[in-house]
Design a protein around this ligand. Structure first.
Ligand code: S3P
Length: 443
């Protein structure tokens, strides 16, 4: 475990571009593996989660190499072309890697066993197993549908129309990836639209995807067993990583930063809308499109923030951003309420409890229910001084290090190692802009 202390900063400014989007990186590797030919990926996130997916695909027979220019090449096996892994696939901390690959291998005629770290082994997998069982896949899992689990796949799955109870891009993607090697049309109906990177990337590679949406639901239909052709992919910076320097700028007096080349998929930008509603001075420039995704530059400067109500409908568009939004809310004037956030209890840690415990030890008033959180801000940063248990959760670690940049007393996180899963080099990036993050000794 490596503890990190975050001390108050006087200045935070500069221009930066960030490591690649984690969600798109997993999908780029998986889609490249299913395509015919060499897919060249620029800007792949080299965080531990994505590397776990690359290694798992290698065990499934895919050749993946890093090139001298920093790009990655995936030599695809074609749809349905994976082969049985000689070993258990260790997905580390990555729920996305695990759930997407469970869907992909479910439509292959061999058995695959998945495991992960102590955090991933507590996370619920029934949400992907249930729909894949409807298609004909068979599973054996530990009690409460936890990893390790074994998938008995088949290349004769039935296409289904699956109506999801929860808005989850991972579940949607697992079903669509199983549908990729299933004859006929597989349809997923979402209660609220979630990030559509899987649909975008499959369509960009030539798969047939159709979308029907109304006020109640969104239906995504994939025609199975297409021939998808390798292509070049440029992955933008991760808005979920940008969220940390962005909020750091908003709560540090005098701060002004620009983050270049950030993915701005409208199903990922809920945090930007929320912060603007709170009074944040944020500007988007240089909007463009790359491999089916919207990209742009984000500028932000110190702002006085007001508490607001964050409605349930916004949850899927900012599901990973609640820990850092809680930091903004703790420095804002008045009450902020997060509604309908029970899914946060099922992330890399129970994030609702982690936010409540962390803010409380930093002298912030909070109230928690099973699915909501109320944060009472005083229009200035709280006193701070807390020691935060991160429980292998990268976003809890980064959020509290950002809060420590504004509090009078420094904040310490007990273990920064999980940060590498999504934002390798976080401390260096932040210190480069003026943060004072002191990385401690191994314990
Ligand atoms: C992700 C979907 C979200 C998100 C996760 C990445 C994805 O999970 O929290 O970090 O890449 O599909 P859920 O599908 O569980 O909401």
């Amino acid at each position: 475990m490596t503890a990190v202390e975050s001390h108050r900063v006087e200045a935070f400014a500069g221009e930066l571009s960030l490591p690649g989007d984690k969600s798109i990186s997993h999908r780029a590797l998986i889609t490249g593996a299913s395509a015919v030919g060499e897919t060249r990926i620029f800007g792949l996130l080299e965080g531990r989660d994505v590397i776990a997916t690359a290694n798992a695909l290698r065990f499934l027979g895919v050749v993946i190499e890093k090139n001298y220019d920093g790009s990655w090449s995936v030599f695809g096996r074609g749809v349905g072309g994976l082969s049985e892994s000689p070993t258990i696939l260790d997905m580390g901390n990555s729920g996305t890697g695990a759930r997407l690959l469970i869907g992909l291998v479910a439509a292959h005629p061999f058995n695959t066993i998945f495991s992960g770290d102590t955090s991933l082994r507590t996370r619920p997998m029934e949400r992907v197993m249930a729909p894949l069982r409807h298609m004909g896949a068979v599973f054996t899992a530990r009690s409460c549908a936890r990893l390790p689990l074994a998938v008995c796949g088949s290349d004769l799955l039935c296409p289904v129309t699956e109506k999801l109870d929860i808005a989850s891009a991972q579940v949607k993607s697992a079903i669509l990836l199983a549908g990729l090697n299933t004859r006929g049309q597989t349809t997923v109906i979402e209660p609220l639209p979630t990030r559509d990177h899987t649909e975008n990337i499959l369509a960009a590679f030539g798969a047939e995807i159709s979308i029907e949406a109304n006020d109640q639901a969104k239906a995504i239909t994939l025609t199975g067993q297409p021939e998808i052709l390798a292509r070049e992919i440029k992955i933008p910076g991760d808005i979920s990583s940008a969220a940390f320097p962005l909020v750091a700028a908003l709560i540090t007096p005098g701060a002004r930063i620009t983050i270049e080349n950030v993915g701005l998929n409208p199903l990922r930008t809920g945090l930007l809308d929320t912060l603007v509603e709170m009074g944040a001075k944020i500007k988007i420039t240089n909007n463009r499109t790359a491999t089916g995704e919207t990209v742009g530059d984000i500028s932000a400067k110190f702002s006085s923030l007001q508490g607001i109500r964050v409605p349930l409908e916004r949850v899927p568009r900012m599901i990973d951003e609640y820990p850092i939004l809680a930091v903004a809310a703790a420095c804002a004037e008045g009450i902020t309420v997060f509604e309908g956030v029970s899914e946060l209890r099922l992330k890399e840690s129970d994030r609702l409890s982690a936010i409540v415990e962390g803010l409380t030890v930093c002298q912030v008033k909070v109230q928690e229910t099973e699915d909501s959180l109320t944060i009472i801000g005083e229009g200035k940063p709280p006193l701070g001084g807390g020691y935060i248990a991160t429980n292998l959760d990268h976003r809890i670690a980064m959020a509290f290090l950002v809060l420590g940049m504004a509090t009078a007393k420094s904040i310490t996180v007990d273990d920064s190692s999980a940060i590498d899963t999504s934002f390798p080099g976080f401390e260096k990036f932040m210190n480069g802009l003026g943060a004072d993050l002191r990385v401690g000794v191994e314990r």
